[in-house]
Design a protein around this ligand. Sequence first.
Ligand code: ATP
Ligand code: MG
Length: 357
Amino acid sequence: MGLFSDILKSDETLFKNPVALEFSFQPKLIKYREEKQHYIASCIKPLLQERDGRNLIITGKPGVGKTVCLKHVLGELEEEYSEEIFCIYVNCWKKDSPFKMVSEICEQVGYKWVHNKRIDELIKAAATIINKKSAVFVFDEIDKLQDHLVIYNLLEEIYKKSLILITNDDGFLSKLDQRVKSRLMPNTLKFEPYSLIQTSGILKQRVEWAFYEEVFNEEILELISKKTFENEDIRLGLFLLKESAEMAEGFAKRKVELDHVNQSLEKINEFKTKDLNYLDKKKQYLLELVKKNNGKTINEIFKIYQDEGGSQTYRTFHRKVKDLESKKLLQLKEEFRGSFGRVTIVEYDTNKKINEF
Ligand SMILES: Nc1ncnc2c1ncn2[C@@H]1O[C@H](COP(=O)(O)OP(=O)(O)OP(=O)(O)O)[C@@H](O)[C@H]1O
Ligand SMILES: [Mg+2]
């Protein structure tokens, strides 16, 4: 090897196909989730025999392949059965009100006259179209939908369907209104985090697609896989691959070195604190309060807040807590506590998503 052959020329790059590192990239095959995909397909299959499908709630931590898997199943279904079945996917974080959600459904089934219509009119219009076939609805991040009663309306109006709801919240089903629950009667499917070997398999595949040969050596891939496995979120691995390769390029290196990965790892911590700095002072203070009182009820925390001199009303306090929840910085969990009835527990969320930084 020549003295300067490890130097990257200014017009060269390490990235063969950078798109393969984007979080929304859809791989052709979703490794290690074959069983899950078969199970999901089995809930949908009755629709192909003109029967009603089964409903499903899918849970699992961030970055364990729920969305990518469901999109894959929908893709296959659409490819073969678009004549018989509508495949509808809605991200309820983006479409977080019943109106936005239903408008999105209308758009996907080709109903365009949504302006100046009430939500019940829209549901009826969509149902008229959908009931000519059957439908699979995937409602991703369903816990972000502001009012779940719309699910009841859809269940009532659409005859042959499978509803698949995806959430990070294991206890989501128990929070649903009884009317929705008793009509939904869902099966449940949990996505567990990937093992170290699986994590490494997924990342190696991405490296092959995204980079030219020999950019990453075994030792470095092992380190990235290990960190990703510990964090239980594939997004961390994708982020580290991209970030460390960009860093190597910045130093005109042909190969990623250990130091580049370590610096990328530091950047994650930096991002976390940076992200918190975006919160206004009151919300930062609130989050600190939750951290210190992790696991207490929202009423208990409000009392502490007042004792410490907080002047906001409960309503404002509650709204801010909800806002922190929507940013996934904390979680609200309902619990039944004997004579106290239902209480809301506030938990500090250490499971922050990398794509939110
Ligand atoms: N088995 C897999 N094969 C290839 N890529 C995967 C696999 N599992 C996850 N990924 C990738 O990891 C990233 C996170 O996956 P995904 O978006 O499906 O997570 P999720 O479980 O829906 O997380 P969240 O709850 O945060 O929405 C995506 O970029 C996805 O392509
Ligand atoms: Mg997802």
